[in-house]
Design a protein around this ligand. Structure first.
Ligand SMILES: Cc1cc2nc3c(=O)[nH]c(=O)nc-3n(C[C@H](O)[C@H](O)[C@H](O)COP(=O)(O)OP(=O)(O)OC[C@H]3O[C@@H](n4cnc5c(N)ncnc54)[C@H](O)[C@@H]3O)c2cc1C
Ligand code: FES
Length: 253
């Protein structure tokens, strides 16, 4: 784990309050894996006090990318950084996706800004077949950046399948179930819960990238518990044992 004063070297506004930043941090770029995250100090003074967590979106040479939705004050401050500015980041943090197991097709299921970790995961899956299912409330909230072989679902029917992304995946599942698939999902908790239920029911290998409010980001404050199925009354920590978990290992609420 490193603390890095990372310069912003590229900034892209992807529209609809989504921003992509490229940060120069050779120490973190050379060590971070898909699904792991960074904890970013958002201001020079003490407000907001807590760092904000962001998945690594991509890595290129000695730089890392983050992609984020401007949700409140912290993300607004990060979004205000211009090229040449610097951010205080801690990383790599957490446990990311495991892609060493035996599968032929990686199925990405992303809801809204849950699209963020997939460009780097895709890069690391070099050679595997990829199918991407992307969902959002409306066509404005669909993020296609870094995906391939895409199918889209919108809650309001403004683009693609009219319904949620898990329904779309369930409809398509009979066509791809013989491909030896592994699911990788990231998005809002209700979406993760629905995909977890289906994966367990159908016995599909599935990993989910979970989200919760965090403070320290590395296992000290005990502020990010998630119920574990491994032992009764046991909890895992999202920041240290996750954020990526096998779907069978945690209980989503
Ligand atoms: C491991 C991890 C990885 C993440 N990766 C990304 C990413 O790649 N891109 C991205 O845009 N966001 C990501 N998030 C969520 C991001 O950290 C929050 O959106 C951010 O902290 C909000 O800060 P803020 O000060 O702008 O908003 P706040 O003022 O703190 O909150 C604004 C709104 O966002 C909601 N919110 C705050 N934190 C979270 C959270 N952790 N999960 C869900 N809702 C939240 C609040 O309930 C509130 O409604 C990630 C969260 C975790 C735990
Ligand atoms: S955020 Fe402190 S233990 Fe997880």
């Amino acid at each position: 784990m490193f603390i890095s004063n990372a310069n912003v070297t590229e900034r892209k506004d992807l529209g609809h309050n989504i921003v992509l930043l490229k940060l120069f941090s050779p120490e973190i770029a050379s060590r971070i894996n898909p699904g792991e995250f960074l904890n970013i100090k958002v201001s020079e003074n003490s407000f907001p006090l807590l760092r904000r967590p962001f998945s690594v979106c991509d890595v290129e040479d000695e730089s890392i990318y983050i992609m984020f939705h401007i949700a409140g004050e912290g993300t607004r401050l990060i979004a205000s950084k211009q090229i040449g500015g610097a951010l205080d980041i801690i990383g790599p943090l957490g446990k990311g996706f495991n892609f060493d197991d035996d599968f032929e097709t990686a199925v990405f299921i992303a809801g809204g800004i849950g699209a963020a970790p997939f460009p780097y995961l895709k890069k690391k899956l070099n050679g595997k077949r990829i199918r991407s299912f992307i969902g959002g409330r409306s066509k404005e909230s669909i993020i296609e950046y870094g995906f391939e072989n895409i199918q889209i679902a919108t809650d309001d029917g403004s683009r693609g399948f009219h319904g949620n992304v898990v329904q779309l995946f369930k409809n398509e599942y009979p066509n791809i179930q013989n491909e030896k698939i592994k699911l990788f999902a990231c998005g809002p908790t209700p979406m993760l819960k629905a995909i977890q239920e289906f994966a367990l029911e159908q016995n599909i290998n599935c990993e989910i990238s979970t989200e919760c409010a965090m403070a320290c980001g590395f296992g000290i404050c005990q502020g990010c518990p998630i119920e574990s199925t491994k032992n009764e009354n046991q909890y895992s920590l999202v920041c240290k044992d996750g954020p990526v978990f096998n779907a069978k290992d945690v209980v989503l609420k």
